[in-house]
Design a protein around this ligand. Structure first.
Ligand SMILES: [Zn+2]
Length: 581
């Protein structure tokens, strides 16, 4: 029998969406769905919903949603052809056709080429490390006490101290120089030709979650500046998007339930060499929302290890609002003076480092400590601290958490708790006035909706009990809805049904023309069914009734004083009564 499924459909059948998303987001069963913290927006309570029945996801917070391909594209930031290929590879499904626009195909082709060039460059740097010219880099890595296993696992290399080493190598491999420049590896010269971006540096490939090389960091071997040079922004590399090392650490992070966050390549590599697996690095940039969203998919807690210098202290203070906003609980560890994780663990071994992690203070307490020492203990100092921290706390959605922090704040700075709480209330009110009104409006609307068979109910009925479509398709009941978005979905439903004599939800989604309509449709799909199977008939009857009544009212209105027209209306009414008895 010929296989009639398209690769896309075949992949959708093979790749269970709960399993695919579950690799990146911690999901908990909730009714017939799974819920988790959304990887696409900041949230502290889960509104990210995955439906195994529908094989789709939807976030009630940021409204992102769709099928397994939509997730893959959004999460990995890749275009459709690449998502198709990734999932096809993973489930061993051969793909023959491409399903994308010319522009998408072109972008996919360029990305594929850039990955290939990065891979060739990574191999070139790795090989250079083994050659005699690579010796200064070998010496450096030896001095930093890295093992051969770590060097191979993270594919460290050496960019020889020459202007045209990689440039010539890529040419010999027939790589288009313009594309290599687009990968950020070589730079066009003013007078024509190209030169190497990375020269005389130890090279660290930077990986995405799939383990592909998206860029490089290069460290000098002497005191030249800049100490670290990174790939510039390219189609593949966006600074601050992925924490370094997550592709290798995520399994350990999930097992341990905690992520240790350090700053540099060498910190991470040294810790891994000593046996700490659950670690990622921010690579000298401050922590970003993207980092935390990726991390929190794997573990509920983070321990951030800061260097003891001023920059480390500032970074620690800056990260508090990020963690509070993203709802990831975090502790802070500051290393003894003059140490970074690399030097500490190489000098003392892993157990004392683990002991430090164990003693890490909650980030909030750490924040207060840092603010209050260094002049913050004067009255003016306390007021400054209060001013800084209240807006951060006011953003906390969880009231219990808020009052807990208020209590601790009161203890620490010696201001009465009720004073702090009322200040906090004022700050929170300032933030959420708009939000509160919106909430009341929405609740009012929901109450009204319950009083009649309205937009929400009708859509829910049709989506969860498709046989109801058969009963209602002749009524044009969508015309009676007050909400244009919902009425458009139902109109389309009926249209498809009439055209094909049957009804497919999947087809329907594809035929919806804009995102707003698709969002409403997804929300109805993942929602619980309002009506039980037994209640469907009754609900259909009520809707028919309502449609008839409305038609009648309209006919009477239209008839005006015309007795003949009124007569027709009465006849119609009689006929209907006869039918329904
Ligand atoms: Zn979201």
């Amino acid at each position: 029998m010929p296989n009639t499924l398209s690769p896309k459909e075949e992949i959708k059948r093979a790749a269970d969406i709960v399993q695919v998303i579950g690799q990146y987001v911690q999901l908990k069963k909730a009714g017939k769905n799974f819920m988790g913290l959304c990887p696409f927006h900041a949230e502290k309570s889960p509104s990210f919903t995955v439906s195994p029945d529908r094989q789709m996801f939807h976030c009630f917070g940021c409204k992102k949603g769709g099928d397994v391909f939509d997730f893959w594209m959004a999460y990995h930031g890749v275009p459709f052809p690449e998502a198709l290929k990734d999932l096809a590879d993973r489930y061993n499904i051969p793909i023959k056709e491409a399903f994308s626009s010319g522009e998408e195909k072109e972008r996919g082709r360029i990305r594929e080429t850039l990955f290939k060039i990065n891979e060739i460059a990574a191999q070139y740097f790795q090989e250079a490390l083994g050659q005699s010219g690579g010796n200064p880099a070998v010496d450096y890595l030896k001095k930093r006490a890295l093992s051969q296993e770590i060097i191979s696992e993270f594919r460290l290399g050496y960019a020889p101290d020459a202007w045209d080493g990689l440039t010539n190598f890529l040419k010999s491999r027939r790589i288009d120089s313009q594309m290599a420049a687009q990968a950020g590896l070589i730079i066009p010269k003013k007078g024509g030709g190209y030169y190497d971006r990375f020269r005389g540096r130890v090279m660290f490939p930077i990986f995405n979650l799939k383990g592909q090389v998206i860029g490089f960091g290069g460290r000098v071997l002497n005191d030249a500046l800049p100490k670290y040079l990174n790939t510039p922004e390219t189609l593949l590399f966006h600074k601050g998007e992925f924490p370094y090392g997550l592709h290798a650490s995520y399994k350990a992070i999930r097992e341990r339930g905690v992520t240790v966050i350090v700053e540099g390549y060498m910190d991470l590599l040294a810790l891994r060499k000593h046996g700490l697996q659950e670690v990622v690095a921010t690579l000298g940039t401050a922590l970003t929302h993207d980092h935390i969203r990726k991390i929190k998919g794997y573990a509920g807690e983070a321990i951030v290890v800061f260097d003891s210098d001023e920059a480390g202290r500032v970074a620690a203070l800056r990260s508090l609002p990020l963690f509070l906003n993203e709802g990831l609980s975090a502790r802070a560890v500051v290393l003894p003076h003059g140490h970074d994780p690399d030097s500490f663990v190489n000098k003392n071994g892993l157990p004392p480092f683990l002991a430090l992690l164990e003693k890490g203070a909650p980030l909030f307490d750490f924040f207060l400590d840092q603010k209050l020492t260094g002049g913050g203990n004067s009255i003016e100092g306390k007021v400054t601290v209060l001013k800084e921290i209240l807006p951060i706390l006011a953003q906390l959605q969880n009231r219990a958490q808020r009052s807990l922090y208020a209590g601790r704040l009161s203890e620490r700075i010696g201001i009465k708790e009720d004073v702090i709480l009322s200040e906090l209330k004022a700050a929170a009110a300032g933030l959420s006035e708009g939000g509160l009104q919106k909430n009341l409006r929405e609740r009012g609307a929901a109450f009204e909706a319950k009083q009649r068979i309205g937009d929400v109910q009708l859509l829910n009925l049709l989506v969860h009990h498709p046989m109801a479509v058969t009963g209602l398709v002749e009524t044009d009941c969508w015309k009676l809805l007050s909400d244009a978005t919902t009425s458009r979905i139902i109109e389309k439903m009926f249209e498809n049904y009439r055209k094909e004599g049957r009804f497919s939800l999947e087809r329907l989604e594809e035929s919806l023309e804009n995102e707003e309509v698709r969002i409403r449709f997804r929300e109805a799909l993942v929602a619980e069914s309002i009506y039980s199977d037994q209640e469907v008939k009754q609900a259909v009857r009520e809707i028919e009734e309502k449609v008839c009544q409305t038609r009648l009212t309209n006919s009477i209105k239209a008839a005006g004083g015309d007795p003949k027209a009124l007569n027709r209306v009465l006849l119609e009414l009689k006929e209907r009564d006869a039918r329904s008895h």
